[in-house]
Design a protein around this ligand. Structure first.
Ligand SMILES: NC(=O)c1ccc[n+]([C@@H]2O[C@H](COP(=O)([O-])OP(=O)(O)OC[C@H]3O[C@@H](n4cnc5c(N)ncnc54)[C@H](O)[C@@H]3O)[C@@H](O)[C@H]2O)c1
Length: 332
C-alpha cells in the first residue's frame, strides 16, 4: 500500500499546474482563400470520362458510396472497392443504373493486404488506363483501449492506417506519371486531431492518416507533381459505421451525401484540410477545439485537458467567450 507521503505527492502531481487561460482572436481570420492554379488542377481531375477509385464504397449508407453517386453525376468512370462483396455488388448495380455498365468496375478488395491492393491496381489500369481521383476511405471502428483489446488494435490499424499506406504505395507512382492532374483524398477523422478519449486504437489510426497525408502533400509539392493530397475529415455522419443500418438519423448528424458534397466542393477548390461540420458542431467550434488540443502541447497542460475535471469549467468558458467574440465579428 502506498505511504501517505507518496500518495499525497501523487495527488499533487496528478493535479498538474494551474489551468492556463488562453484567448483567441483568430476566429475571424482565415487562410481559406482559393488558389486559382490549384483549383484548376484539382478540377481537371474531376472531369467527364476520368477515373475515380473509392475504397469502402460498398456501404449503401456510407460516405464512399455517397461520393461515388456524386462523381457519377460528373460523368466520371468509377471503381468501387470494398471488402464486403455482397454490399459491393448492390452498390455497383446502383451506380451502373446511373452511368452504364462499361463505366463502373466493382473490385472486392481487402485494403489491409498489400497483395490485394496490387491486384486491384492491375485491374484498374488494365480496364481504364488511369486514375484521376483516389479516395482512400475504407474504415472500421472496433474498440481498442490504450492497454486493452490488442486484437482490435491490429484490425483497426491494418484497415484504417495500413489500408491507406498500402493504397498510396501502390497507386502513387503511376498517378504521378500520368499526363493529367490527379488527386488523392484520404479519409481521416476529428478523432485523429482532437483525440477525444474513448477508442484509442481508432484515434491512433486516424492521427496516422493525418500525418501520412500531410507528408504526402509535402512530397508532392517538393516533386512539383501534378498530384495533390487532401485530408478529408468528416464530422458526425449517419452511416454504417455509426448505426445507419439499424437506427434513424439523429438530428445532430449529417447525411453521407451532405458530407461527400461538402468534401468534393473543397477538394475542387484545392483545399488540403477539409474539416466538415455537422448539425451539432460548427466550423468555429472545430477551430477552437483544435486550438485547445494544440495548446495542451504548447502550454504543457495535462494530456487531453479538455476532459480533465479541473479544466472542464475553463474549457467551457474558453468556448463560450470565443464563440461569443466570433459571432460579434460576423457580418449582420
Ligand atoms: N460516420 C462518421 O461519423 C465518420 C466520422 C469520421 C470519419 N469517418 C470515416 O469515414 C470513412 C467511411 O466510413 P463510413 O462512416 O461511411 O462507414 P461505413 O461502415 O458505412 O463504410 C465503411 C466501408 O468500409 C468497408 N471496409 C471495411 N474494412 C475494409 C477493408 N479492409 N477493405 C476494404 N473495405 C473495407 C466496409 O465494408 C464499409 O463498406 C471511414 O474511414 C471512417 O472512419 C466516419
Amino acid at each position: 500500500m502506498a505511504s501517505s507521503r507518496s500518495s499525497s505527492r501523487y495527488r499533487s502531481r496528478s493535479r498538474g499546474p494551474s489551468p492556463i487561460r488562453t484567448r483567441h482572436s483568430y476566429l475571424g481570420e482565415s487562410e481559406d482563400a482559393v488558389d486559382p492554379d490549384e483549383a484548376a488542377q484539382t478540377n481537371h481531375a474531376f472531369t467527364e470520362g476520368r477515373v475515380a477509385v473509392i475504397t469502402g464504397a460498398g456501404s449503401l449508407n456510407g460516405i464512399g458510396f455517397a461520393a461515388a453517386k456524386e462523381l457519377a453525376t460528373y460523368g466520371m468512370k468509377l471503381v468501387l472497392v470494398d471488402i464486403n462483396e455482397a454490399e459491393l455488388a448492390e452498390a455497383v448495380k446502383q451506380i451502373e443504373e446511373k452511368v452504364g455498365k462499361g463505366n463502373v468496375l466493382g473490385v472486392p478488395t481487402d485494403v489491409s493486404k498489400i497483395e490485394a491492393c496490387k491486384a486491384l491496381f492491375e485491374k484498374v489500369y488494365d480496364t481504364f488506363g488511369e486514375v484521376s481521383v483516389l479516395m482512400n476511405n475504407a474504415g472500421i471502428g472496433p474498440y481498442g483501449g490504450a492497454y486493452t483489446n490488442l486484437d482490435n488494435w491490429h484490425k483497426v490499424l491494418d484497415t484504417n492506417l495500413y489500408g491507406v499506406v498500402n493504397m498510396v504505395h501502390t497507386f502513387t507512382q503511376a498517378m504521378m506519371s500520368q499526363e493529367n492532374p490527379a488527386v488523392i483524398i484520404n479519409t481521416g477523422s476529428k478523432q485523429g486531431i482532437t483525440n477525444p478519449p474513448g477508442n484509442a486504437a481508432y484515434n491512433v489510426s486516424k492521427a496516422g492518416v493525418k500525418v501520412l497525408t500531410e507528408n504526402l502533400a509535402w512530397e508532392f509539392r517538393q516533386a512539383n507533381a501534378k498530384v495533390t493530397a487532401h485530408l478529408f475529415v468528416p464530422g458526425w455522419v449517419h452511416t454504417g459505421l455509426t448505426g445507419a443500418r439499424t437506427k434513424d438519423k439523429p438530428d445532430g448528424a449529417w447525411t453521407a451525401t451532405q458530407t461527400a458534397q461538402y468534401m468534393l466542393e473543397r477538394v475542387k477548390e484545392g483545399k488540403f484540410y477539409i474539416i466538415c461540420p455537422d448539425n451539432e458542431t460548427t466550423p468555429e467550434m472545430d477551430k477552437l477545439r483544435i486550438m485547445w488540443g494544440a495548446e495542451d502541447v504548447a502550454l504543457g497542460r495535462p494530456a487531453l485537458s479538455r476532459w480533465h475535471p479541473e479544466y472542464k469549467a475553463l474549457f467551457e468558458e474558453y468556448m463560450r467567450d470565443n464563440l461569443a467574440a466570433s459571432s460579434s465579428l460576423a457580418p449582420p
